[in-house]
Design a binder for this molecule. Structure first.
Ligand SMILES: *Cc1c(COP(=O)(O)O)cnc(C)c1O
Length: 426
């Protein structure tokens, strides 16, 4: 090893080291309410930063294209076995690098280019990879969409069925990035069976709730279930596929060599660690608290006069219709950011504003729940959100809220030993 190779990051590359220090402090000081984000444990971080990043392991455990895979096999088998214990299902593939790649692989396993997908419209809560024209899914496949009802703002299964009968999709995909309600998996499978489609469910957002037993599972209903592992599931940034045995070979081939080359073995190792955490009884408590916190936050926001899309939440997130109070989602995101509360602007169903402005914000509780916050903190945060939106043009008021936010954050420390004040000040 040359001298340079053995330097710690702070000495080898002070610029990147400082950015990491600042990011660590940013994560600690603010209130992370982006519904798709979470904080992994020290153990998951350690595995993700391990020497497995050096290893090529194309193929699957026991049948690799490279030598020296005996330890890679161990972590991949652990990840698969633990995922099976968590979710059930007949076959598991833990190699997808991301949720998008899990979806690309799932589609390619059962579709030819030009075949039709029926997914939830992006502007009604769906995901880019469910057929949006800017995504590979909308370029490679013919896509049609279902929507939420105008009155209830919940999935319109009658419209879904009518569209399925008319368009004869080969895949019906369920799942969303911004949908606060439960899904009717049985009804979707019934519709898929009726038109001869494969039912894929993308549980990226809710996987941790499913794992924790506070949300019904799509796995018994869908032929293929895809997910990210970094949202409510609280693992490293990556994806996962669960499928029925008859699709196992097609899915495995579709992931590798179809979509990817070598797996990210360090991330597979981190998935194994995260899944081990999910199997502990504490994770069930965590998942239940995510939902309890979302309920408390939703009720407090409603009490403060905000309209929530669909009237509330069953899961970890809610969509707040800020435009009903004359505030754009983009303005709300900016003002809350200045107050130390991180959210994202989000379209609401039948939005009259363009996506970059949007009429809503999406707010989630998984990350704050990881820090140990409970209902009283949610009520306090709802009050700050209401105040910050009211005072959105008053930078001094927003800075005062930011100070109060930092005090709360300090009571729920995050990555304490990783925060290096000296390096941050440098
Ligand atoms: C986040 C998300 C994805 C994509 O995950 P990436 O890892 O960012 O590619 C796919 N589907 C849904 C429903 C999501 O919410």
């Amino acid at each position: 090893m040359t001298d340079r190779m053995s330097l710690p990051l702070a000495q080898a590359d002070p610029d990147v080291a400082a950015a990491i220090d600042h990011e660590t402090l940013r994560q600690h000081e603010g209130l992370e309410m982006i519904a798709s984000e979470n904080f992994v444990s020290e153990a998951v971080l350690e595995a993700a930063g391990s020497v497995f990043t050096n290893k090529y392991a194309e193929g699957y455990p026991g049948r690799r294209y490279y030598g020296g895979c005996e330890y890679a096999d161990i972590v991949e088998n652990l990840a698969r076995e633990r995922a099976r214990q968590i979710f059930g299902g007949e076959h598991i593939n833990v190699q997808p690098h991301s949720g998008s790649q899990a979806n690309a692989s799932a589609y390619a396993a059962v579709l030819q280019p030009g075949d039709t997908i029926l997914g939830l419209d992006l502007s009604h809560g769906g995901h880019l990879t469910h057929g949006h024209k800017l995504s590979f899914s909308g370029k490679l496949y013919r896509t049609t969409f279902y929507h939420v009802r105008r009155d209830t703002e919940t999935i319109d299964y009658d419209e879904l069925e009518a569209t399925a009968i008319q368009e004869k999709p080969k895949v019906i995909i369920g799942g969303a990035s911004a949908y606060p309600r439960l899904w009717d998996f049985a009804r979707m499978r019934q519709i898929a069976d009726k038109v001869g489609a494969i039912y894929i469910f993308d549980m990226a957002h809710i996987a941790g709730l499913v794992a924790g037993g506070v949300h019904p599972s799509p796995v018994p209903h869908a032929q293929i279930t895809t997910t990210t592992t970094h949202k409510t599931l609280r693992g490293p940034r990556a994806g996962l596929i669960i499928c029925t045995q008859d699709l196992a070979t097609a899915v495995d081939k579709s992931v590798f060599p179809g979509q990817q080359g070598g797996p990210l073995v360090h991330i597979v190792a981190a998935k194994a660690v995260a899944f081990g955490e999910v199997l502990q009884p504490e994770f069930r408590t965590y998942a239940a608290q995510i939902v309890a916190n979302a309920k408390a936050l939703a009720e407090a926001l409603q009490a403060a006069g905000f309209r929530l899309v669909s009237g509330g939440t069953d899961n970890h997130l809610m969509l707040v219709d800020v435009f009903e109070k004359g505030i754009l989602g983009s303005e709300a995101e900016l003002a809350l950011g200045k107050a130390g509360i991180t959210v994202n602007k989000n379209t609401i169903p039948y939005d009259t504003n363009p996506p970059l402005k949007a009429s809503g914000i999406r707010v989630g509780t998984p990350a704050l729940t990881t820090r140990g916050m409970k209902e009283p903190e949610m009520r306090q945060i709802a009050a700050w959100i209401a105040k910050a939106l009211e005072m959105r043009n008053d930078d001094a008021a927003l800075a005062r809220i930011r100070g109060e936010v930092a005090e709360l954050a300090n009571r729920f420390p995050l990555y304490a030993w990783r925060r290096a004040p000296v390096a941050v000040e440098a």
